[in-house]
Design a protein around this ligand. Structure first.
Ligand SMILES: [Ca+2]
Length: 254
């Protein structure tokens, strides 16, 4: 897919909120549409997003305008990246990130959901510890450190988020170093979530095997409200993952 920048733009900007009109002089057609933008917001990368190299936020809006499926986008000047989103009904998931701005067509209803990561440095535990690979290493924000259980039947790791959150996605970063077969130990994985240790449901089952350093994404579907997140291998093996990120609806009132 190839995009080009628009030659004519008009802008009316304020400090934090910005409204601008993109005018596309494409052959004899002139199309204009008003966009709203918001600071410090990035759309999550999903199967509905496409990242495009782009030199300006105006060009990014123009790219969105040229795609009838796109109603929201986000732009990073530092990365010269425009992320366009084609989610159904504009229901994109976003996160707060300083260097990005969010762009939305005024003509569309906004149903974006802002998410925040809620597992970082939360209390974690696991079925056993091998070689100093403590449970906290999977929530220390560093993909170079990993938790490590002993080899056992159905090893597990779990984190207590401290309260119930509406969980929208869970990301797992496999450990980076080791042999190919080491990375592939992450297989037949169940991701279980629940409001207590006794009330749990399976969010997802990952067949795998994973590769070293692989970044995995999971959605829990209709099961969302939970305080505990547990990873459990169904077979007999070591469990060692570098990082687990849990993204939940950002409810700033609590
Ligand atoms: Ca880590």
């Amino acid at each position: 897919m190839k995009f080009c920048c628009f030659p004519h733009c008009a802008v009316f900007c304020f400090t934090t909120a910005c409204t601008f009109t993109v005018i596309n002089a494409n052959d004899e057609d002139v199309i204009s549409e008003t966009f709203k933008t918001k600071g410090s917001t990035r759309i999550f990368q999903t199967e509905n997003t496409t990242d495009v190299y782009c030199r300006s936020i105006f060009a990014c809006a123009g790219i969105c305008l040229s795609d009838s499926q796109c109603c929201v986008a986000s732009y990073s000047k530092a990365a010269s990246t425009c992320r366009i989103d084609t989610s159904e009904r504009c229901c994109a998931e976003t996160e707060t990130l300083d260097e990005w701005r969010f762009i939305q067509r005024n003509s569309y209803h906004d149903c974006t959901v802002n998410l925040k990561e809620v597992a970082y440095e939360k209390p974690a535990e696991q079925s056993s510890v091998y070689g100093g690979g403590y449970a906290s290493r999977a929530v220390d924000g560093n993909v170079n450190t990993y938790m490590h259980t002993d080899i056992e039947q159905s090893p597990y790791w779990s984190v207590d988020l401290g309260k119930t959150y509406q969980i929208k996605r869970i990301e797992i970063f496999n450990r980076i170093d080791g042999a190919i077969s080491t990375g592939e130990r992450l297989r037949d994985l169940e991701i279980v979530i629940g409001s207590s240790h006794n009330e749990t449901q399976i969010c997802a089952h990952y067949v795998g095997p994973a590769q070293l350093g692989e970044h995995l994404f999971f959605k829990c579907g209709h099961v969302e409200n939970a305080r505990y997140v547990k990873l459990r291998l169904t077979g007999s093996n070591y469990l060692h993952v570098a990082e687990v990120k849990v993204y939940a609806v950002n409810d700033s009132s609590t």
